[in-house]
Write a protein that binds this ligand. Structure first.
Ligand SMILES: [Zn+2]
Length: 118
């Protein structure tokens, strides 16, 4: 009897882990809710759980009555299920969420274009 029980246990342990992501900060699989502003930009840096994107916007200068370009850097949370999909140079969409850390209050929503595409 004892032997049989041991065999059962071993079988259960060898089961493959459930595929997918167990990231609680994933807006699809986790409990994170998104709201607020949406931005699109190019990925400039990639870290294990976050990315930095850069976006260009036009600002109107009243003094000179002209528009000028300005670059903004934003850090966004990268869910585990998108880790392989998103690389440096990709055009992605991010949306505002609750503050996840000191610098992260956005999360990646989806990929629009890869680095190679125009
Ligand atoms: Zn996920």
């Amino acid at each position: 009897m004892k032997k049989k029980n041991n065999e059962k246990k071993q079988k259960e342990e060898s089961k493959p882990a459930v595929a997918g992501c167990n990231d609680s900060k994933c807006y699809i699989h986790g409990k994170l809710s998104v709201r607020g502003r949406v931005f699109e930009g190019r990925v400039t840096k990639k870290f294990p759980t976050r990315i930095a994107i850069e976006l260009e916007r036009m600002i109107y200068s009243r003094k000179y009555e002209r528009y000028y370009k300005s670059k903004t850097k934003i850090h966004a949370h990268l869910p585990k299920c998108m880790e392989n999909e998103i690389n440096i140079g990709d055009l992605i969409r991010i949306q505002e969420t609750r503050p996840l850390s000191k610098i992260v209050h956005f999360t990646v929503i989806k990929k629009i274009k890869s680095a190679g595409e125009k």
